[in-house]
Design a protein around this ligand. Sequence first.
Ligand code: PEP
Ligand code: MG
Length: 752
Amino acid sequence: MVKTQAVESRVLLKRLRDTLAEAGEGQERLDRITELVSVSLAAEVCSIYLRRPDDTLELCATTGLNPTAVHQTRMRVREGLVGRIAETAEPVATDDAPHTRGFQYRPETGEEIYASFMGVPIQRLGEVLGVLVIQNQDPREYTEDEVHGLEVVAMVIAEMAELGAFTGSGPQDMPPLHQQPFFVRGVIGQEGAAEGVVLTHDPQIVITNPVADDPSAERARLTDALERLRAEVDGMLDGGELADAGEHRDVLNAWRMFAHDRGWVRRMEASIDAGLAAEVAVEREQSATRARMARISDPYLRERLHDLDDLSNRLLRLLTGGELISHDDIPKGAILIARNIGPGELLDYGRRLSGVVLEEGSVGSHAAIVARALAIPLVLQASRITREAVNGDPILVDGDEGIVHLRPEENVTAAFRAKMEMLAAAQEAYVGLRDLPAETLDGTRVSLQMNAGLIAELPSLGPSGAEGVGLYRTELAFLLRRTVPRRSELVALYGRVMDSAGDKPVTFRTLDIGSDKALPYMKRPEEPNPALGWRAIRIGLDRKGIMVWQLQALLRAAAGRPMRIMFPFVAQFDEFRAARDILWDVCAKERARGNTVPTTIEVGAMLETPSLAFAPDQFFALADFISIGGNDLKQFFFAADRENELVRRRYDTLNVSFLTFIEQIVARCDALGTPVSFCGEDAGRPVDALAFTAMGLRSLSMRPASIGPVKRLLRAVDLGAARIAIDEARRSGEQSVRPALMKWLQETGAPL
Ligand code: PEP
Ligand code: MG
């Protein structure tokens, strides 16, 4: 920006700021701003469109257009040039508006006489709050500097909006901020319900003066904060205790690179020269980063943009003197709100949280795994939640439905509490069942075990009534770390798992990495389809060192106790045989070294690909047990990605084909005398668990919280009669037996 323009821009921004200080209603301020901008930028028209809660853009003030159109003209995001700007968060400047893509003529505004149009998003931290537009009659080619100038003005308007400068109590006014109830439906991350208060993970920064009174002083503040930021990052990178530094090395290296990026710093300095306070200059860059993030699908680049976003948050904290949340200050009933969160950070909050709501995140993400392990209700992809929620707001999280009520009305809270009471009563009933067997009315016993992956889950073993740990996912400990654990650490960890389980058996699954479980410190090849790629036992057999090292740790941890080990994702007999040979070899070497080896070792395979169901009889004879990994098996059976929201719920587990397939696997195992269990998530759904039992399964492994509900249903049904109902449904030509089974259960009065 040339010097005179920078000076003019600063004069304008100060005038705008003064309107903030003046007494008056929101509407008066908006009118005054359009007047000031139109005069200052020599525009015949200046208009402000603000985003309404119903997601439309409303003309809220104008100088130059027909005043009667104010609060009448509305458009949807995407509609017209204004809608296009709101959708893309990108400016539009043209000297021929009627022939520009997206143009829509609004007769009530009288804008047909204006050929030139320049509009920019009014945005704060990536959230578009409205659109600021200027128009001229003559074809005018707006320069890049003019676009930047208008963007700077829009930043100040955004900060003013955030301070509530445009709200009012009249029906046409913008409603007051952060006071209305807000409801959002997201994606279920972890079941459970919680009532509590908002705790925001990202800093909530309130900027009371968005305008720089003295640009050189603001520059100095920025420079000082940047220096402190660089020193902080260098300190974390160079400090020996990287594992405790909160971030792993890749992220820190990315931070260091960004912190020294001249372009980033120069753009922030230019914003300051144009009149913005240092914090707003940082936020302006952050908005641009977030807009890019929304457009980019490449996961690596998105990650890097996330890193830049996190770094900007740190810089803002340094500028405003804000503190990182101290974990001692977590209020009771805290429900954490974040755009996204890493597994380590979530573990740090741990059980002090009553719930978590993320604006992004996916079901298979590591944060979701941690939330599940800690049994904290989690809702993902809760759109706009970080913008709406303010620390201390009352909030209800319903993880069963994937919904969130922020600042709920009384009747909503009452209904929610009634649901919580029902859940609590059900929990009470499950406690009563804890020491009773999972036995159907006609005497079939089913062994119910729990799935785990973190030591933090082991305390649930006793209270849940599980007979053992049917699946211990060893990779979780690896996923949550920033560096490769040492073997001695693994020995200690596995030993503690066995100690906590006491006499109950634990089935350790060897590392199931690859696909969606990428270790931050392990280089992986680019794969076109990772779920079908180099993962689990395939990595173990190709990189024997990793497998040997883990098996050594497991054997040493057993310290002479009996042990159960299973290999994940076995697709053919040879893989199992090879892995088993490695295990016996490791065992022999341990013995030769004089180390104590387990008294007995049972070696099993996970059946997660349809191919293994048709393996030679010799495979079933060699395997000491088989565990059906229904999550993967189902994804390959139906060719439907378990991580893809578009298809993952498309095929019912009780689909006749899948159920019949399970039945055949069980029959084959029974015929060959191989114990078989099921450890996919579906085992924890009572009706599905009943159907699996009817197909012959006698061992199911599930989340601890599911054991009570599954046991309660199994104990209330006659399995023979359930089997008849299922068989009838299978003969009826229906695709899934679920509707018929549900009907039968309802008729028999089973507890659902
Ligand atoms: C499965 O695939 O069903 C399973 C239990 O393994 P994971 O969910 O860890 O892939
Ligand atoms: Mg699996």
